[in-house]
Design a protein around this ligand. Structure first.
Ligand SMILES: [Zn+2]
Length: 461
C-alpha cells in the first residue's frame, strides 16, 4: 500500500492550508484554504490545485476559518463534485463565513470596476455569494469521532482541536497488508486554557503527524485576558467614553462577550450597554449558542444567551441599528468587525469617536503589517478613514492574552502527551523561523520532525 501526501499550501507560510492525501486510488484534500497576506500569496488563490477538482473524492475541513475553508467555492465552481466533510458545528459556522466572504469579494470587484483601478478588466471576484452557496450544498456535517468511510481501506474521524467552535484534527486510518497506517492532521491547535473553547483532545498514537506551528517559536505572554479586560473597561467607564473593540465575528467576539459577562456578574465592571454591530457576528454567535455543549460555558450547564453575553447586549443587524449607535453618549462598549480595522462597520464607529479623548479603542490579537489596526497600535497620530485623515485622540490598547493558537510550549506538551510518540512529524502552517524553532525543540526531545516544504510530495511508507 502506498500513501502519498502533498503539501499544496500552508508550507513555509501560515495560510492556504491544503494537503492532498492519496491511497489506493482514493484522493482527498484536507482543508481547502485561502492564501492571505501578500499579493503574491493571494494570487495563488486563482491558480487552484495541481489536479482537476473532479479527480478528488472528498474534502475534509478541519475548521471554518477562511485560511482553511475559503478555497471551497473555487474548487466547486471548477468541477469538484464530491462531499465536503466537516464537524456539525464547523458546517454551521462555515456557511455564514463563506457567504460573507463571497459578498465581500463581489463588493470589492464592483468597487474596483467603478473606480477603474482593476488590473484585470473587468475585475472579477474570486468567488461569488452564489458560488459560496453552491459549495455549502456539498457539506456533510459529521459529529466528532464518527467514522467517515472514504474508500475500501481508507477511513477517518474528527477529534476536538480547541481553537474555534467545531475545530478538529483529522485522524486517518489506511489499512494495508502490513497493517494500518495512521496519519493525523492537527488542524489549528487550541490552547490548553482557552477562554471559551475546550482544550484539544489527547493525541493518539500515529505513524505520521502533520502539525501546525503558527507560534512554534513563541511563548504567549503570561497575562490573564480577563484581568486585562476588567482594567480597560473600568478605565473607559470612568472616562464616560465608548470602548470600541474591533473583533473578528467568529471566535473572538464570543470570547470577549463571555468574559464581559463574567466580569459583570462578579461586579468587577459596571453593567454597560454593549452593541454587537455585525450581522455576521450575530449569525456566528447563534452557532456558538446552538453548540454550547461543545464549549466551556456549556459545561457549566448554561445553554442560553444569558450565560454568554452581558445583560445589556444588543445585536445590531440592520444599517439603521448600526447608525443609531452614533447617537449613544456616555460609556458603552461597541464590538464590530473587521478585527484589524481594515473594513466593515467598525470604521464608522472609529470615524465617529477616534478623535474624542474619552474613547478607548482596544485591539485583540495579532495585527498584520500594513493594516489600520497595526498603525493604531503603533501609535499613529492620525489615520485615514473613508478618504479623510482623522487625528487619533482616543486611547489605543492592544489587549494581551487572547490567542486561539497553542504556543511552542503548548504544542510540545500536546505532542509529548500523545499515547505514543508520533513516528514522524511534519510542521506546517508556520513561517520558516517558527517551523525551524519547533522542529529543533522536537528533535531535542528525540522526535523525528521536519518542516514541510511547499509543493513537496512525500510517500508515507
Ligand atoms: Zn484557524
Amino acid at each position: 500500500m502506498l500513501v502519498n501526501l502533498q503539501f499544496l499550501g500552508a508550507a513555509g507560510t501560515v495560510t492556504g492550508s491544503r494537503y492532498l492525501l492519496e491511497s489506493d486510488g482514493v484522493r482527498v484534500l484536507v482543508d481547502c484554504g485561502l492564501f492571505q497576506g501578500s499579493k503574491a500569496l493571494r494570487e495563488r488563490n486563482w491558480r487552484g490545485i495541481p489536479i482537476h477538482p473532479s479527480e478528488l473524492d472528498a474534502v475534509l475541513l478541519t475548521h471554518a476559518h477562511l485560511d482553511h475553508s475559503g478555497g471551497l467555492p473555487v474548487l466547486v465552481s471548477r468541477g469538484f463534485e464530491g462531499k465536503v466533510f466537516a464537524t456539525t458545528a464547523t458546517a454551521e459556522l462555515v456557511e455564514p463565513l463563506l457567504r460573507d466572504a463571497g459578498h465581500l469579494q463581489e463588493h470589492e470587484a464592483d468597487y474596483a470596476n467603478f473606480k477603474g483601478y482593476a488590473k484585470h478588466r473587468p475585475a472579477r471576484p474570486l468567488f461569488t455569494v452564489a458560488e459560496a452557496r453552491s459549495a455549502i450544498t456539498r457539506m456533510r456535517p459529521t459529529p466528532f469521532h464518527q467514522p467517515m468511510v472514504l474508500g475500501p481501506h481508507f477511513s477517518a474521524h474528527f477529534r476536538r482541536a480547541g481553537h474555534l467552535l467545531g475545530a478538529a484534527s483529522v485522524h486517518f486510518a489506511l489499512a494495508g497488508e502490513q497493517g494500518t497506517r495512521r496519519v493525523l492532521f492537527s488542524g489549528d491547535v487550541g490552547r490548553s486554557n482557552g477562554v471559551l473553547h475546550l482544550p484539544p483532545e489527547r493525541l493518539p498514537a500515529v505513524d505520521y503527524l502533520i502539525c501546525e506551528g503558527t507560534y512554534g517559536d513563541r511563548k504567549h505572554p503570561n497575562v490573564d485576558p480577563k484581568d486585562a479586560l476588567a482594567d480597560v473597561v473600568s478605565r473607559a467607564a470612568n472616562r464616560q467614553g465608548a470602548l470600541i473593540i474591533p473583533a473578528f465575528a467568529a471566535g473572538r467576539t464570543q470570547e470577549v462577550l463571555y468574559l464581559l459577562r463574567q466580569l459583570e456578574e462578579e461586579g468587577r465592571i459596571p453593567s454597560l450597554p454593549v452593541f454587537v454591530d455585525s450581522p455576521l457576528a450575530l449569525e456566528c454567535t447563534s452557532a456558538y449558542l446552538r453548540f454550547a455543549r461543545e464549549l466551556k460555558f456549556g459545561a457549566l450547564g448554561a445553554t442560553d444567551g444569558r450565560a454568554m453575553w452581558p445583560s445589556r447586549t444588543r445585536f445590531c443587524s440592520s444599517v439603521a441599528d448600526s447608525k443609531a449607535i452614533n447617537a449613544v453618549e456616555g460609556p458603552c462598549i461597541i464590538l464590530s468587525s473587521s478585527g484589524m480595522a481594515t473594513g466593515g462597520r467598525v470604521l464608522f464607529h472609529l470615524r465617529r469617536r477616534l478623535s474624542d479623548p474619552r474613547t478607548t479603542v482596544m485591539f485583540v490579537g495579532f495585527m498584520a503589517e500594513g493594516t489600520r489596526g497595526r498603525s493604531l497600535v503603533e501609535g499613529a497620530p492620525e489615520v485615514k478613514i473613508h478618504g479623510r485623515y482623522l487625528p487619533v485622540r482616543a486611547e489605543v490598547i492592544e489587549l494581551q492574552g487572547f490567542s486561539a493558537h497553542a504556543d511552542q510550549d503548548d504544542l510540545v506538551a500536546w505532542i509529548e502527551g500523545a499515547e505514543a510518540p508520533p513516528g514522524e512529524i511534519f510542521i506546517t502552517h508556520a513561517e520558516p523561523a517558527a517551523a525551524s524553532a519547533l522542529v529543533a525543540r522536537l528533535r531535542q526531545r528525540g522526535l523525528r520532525a521536519r518542516a514541510a516544504r511547499d509543493g513537496e510530495r512525500v510517500t508515507l511508507a
